[in-house]
Design a protein around this ligand. Structure first.
Ligand code: GLP
Length: 257
């Protein structure tokens, strides 16, 4: 894992945006996995300002609530169009987001996996992290080999996400999420985490033992993971000085790769 600690979340988001810019420059038809939540918003904003050519890029989103009407403001479909897709020149036919209203959810999940494979696999997957260590919506005790499927949220995630709804009762309990096995097949994972409420999950992910109790720890087994943190999310890392030393010593040409 490459741990990139920045003074604040905007600087950490900028690092993430530059990594994606580098990927699209090197591979204009890249396949990029995208995430929702409050964390990636500033990185998406920076990507919009960069005015990149997204016309050949294919995207796959990590997850979606089940049962909310597609146009509901809190679906991840609405989130992605509002925060990114409406502002870039992406081809709507190349956008993929799980359909939380699919009639046959298991069949839809299998088709989603097939679409990722048919696109050649994901070059770079953007991830946030839940305060309980979930990635996508793979809650603690998810199979570390899981594929795209239906999941039930934990009470903690429902509470965490209630801020986007008028009450916790309105937060759907069920979701579709790429599996941990799916995420592990992305060629690179780019995880962003900001704020002190992520510090425990981040410390476990980077320095703790691999356990389904903190699903993000499985990323220790992935050959290419970049973790962009602000100081608050990094504050429980025992080896923070080492990570800073490594990043500061990186040759300039290697910096945004
Ligand atoms: C949500 C999403 C995740 C996200 C995480 C953190 O429930 N399913 O993809 O990374 O929880 O969200 P936030 O960035 O708002 O803290």
């Amino acid at each position: 894992m490459e741990i990139i600690i920045q003074k604040n979340s905007q600087q950490a988001a900028d690092v993430g945006a530059r990594i994606i810019r580098g990927l699209i420059a090197a591979k204009p038809d890249a396949v990029i996995g995208l995430a929702t939540g409050s964390t990636p918003v500033s990185m998406y904003q920076r990507l919009i300002e960069m005015d990149l050519d997204w016309s050949q890029v294919t995207t796959f989103n990590l997850d979606e609530y089940i049962g909310l009407p597609k146009e509901h403001p809190q679906t991840y479909h609405s989130f992605m169009w509002e925060n990114l897709f409406n502002h870039i020149n992406i081809d709507p036919a190349k956008v993929h987001i799980p359909d939380g209203n699919a009639e046959d959810i298991p069949a839809h999940c299998s088709a989603y996996e097939k679409a990722i494979a048919d696109a050649g696999g994901i070059d770079l997957q953007v991830l946030g992290i839940g305060s309980d260590g979930h990635i996508g919506f793979n809650e603690p005790t998810s199979s570390l080999a899981s594929r795209t499927r239906i999941k039930t949220l934990t009470e903690r995630t429902v509470q965490d996400n209630a801020r986007f709804f008028s009450s916790a009762e309105e937060v759907p309990r069920h979701v579709i999420t790429m599996g941990i096995g799916t995420i592990m097949e992305a060629r690179t994972n780019l995880l962003l985490a900001f704020g002190d409420n992520k510090a425990d999950a981040v410390a476990g992910m980077v320095e703790g033992p691999i356990t389904a109790n903190n699903p993000a720890t499985v990323l220790q087994m992935h050959p290419s993971v970049k973790v962009c943190l602000d100081e608050a999310a990094a504050m429980k890392l025992e080896r923070a000085d080492y990570y800073r030393w490594v990043y500061e010593g990186k040759p300039e040409w290697q910096r945004d790769r």
